[in-house]
Ligand binder design. Sequence first.
Ligand SMILES: [Fe+2]
Ligand SMILES: [Fe+2]
Length: 269
Amino acid sequence: MKILALSDTHYSGEPSSWTSLFDKRSVGLFNYHYLRRHRHNQRNLQKAVDYILKNPPDIVFCTGDITTSGEPSEFNFSKEKLKPLVEDNRFDFFYIPGNHDNYVKDRNCQKALDEAVIYFNKNKFSFNDMPYSFHTNELDFCLVNESYPVHMLMSHGILKKKSRKYILDWINKKTGRPKVMIGHYPLFETENLLVRWRHRLYGQKKIAEMQKKGKLDLSVCGHVHKPIPAIDERGRGEIIVGSATGNACLAEIVYNKEKDVFHYKKIKL
Ligand SMILES: [Fe+2]
Ligand SMILES: [Fe+2]
């Protein structure tokens, strides 16, 4: 079975109200205008959509950060761009939020996020229903939210107690199928902790241990914009998808059931 994953498209749109000047969205906009604007080319998002339509997989996962400040206008842009994938019946499309999509507590932003989760996942689950698990003939999947509004200067994620319990129960359920977790943050640090401390995922320790023990086969995530496959010879481990707009890439993951191996390929857009 073939999976295509895209991530971290970071569209930046108009602020929905003047109140955005007084919360974390001001940081998001500053970041975008001075740091990110030239790093995220939205034409690459169109290329990603075109590639997926031409090379349809069985499932498409979007691992979050489709906005910069979680603004309704940013969700609307991303919904419009990703619509052909959501509406294509040849494959399933799933989305989980990134920290930029759940950026502030503002009512309009939270409403836009709730609507986006329902829209992209075609009513299969809502934000509060996550984690959400399902399976195909070959693989078990668990989709996890790790993103909540956090302090202005922080970008960390949190695996809350309820999610941890759900994931551990899901991992321990014997189904005979390999288990693939879809989240926004890497379970494992990719760089020196001092560099990454603002960006780490809290509450992931036990799940990371399960991965090391081989009980969780694969973690697929975003957040880090550089694509990084940290997998062994059987394709087990963690795949950081990379930013579709910033690094012009997608992740292709093919599971070969006979050989029980995952193959990763970076798709250059
Ligand atoms: Fe991101
Ligand atoms: Fe992120």
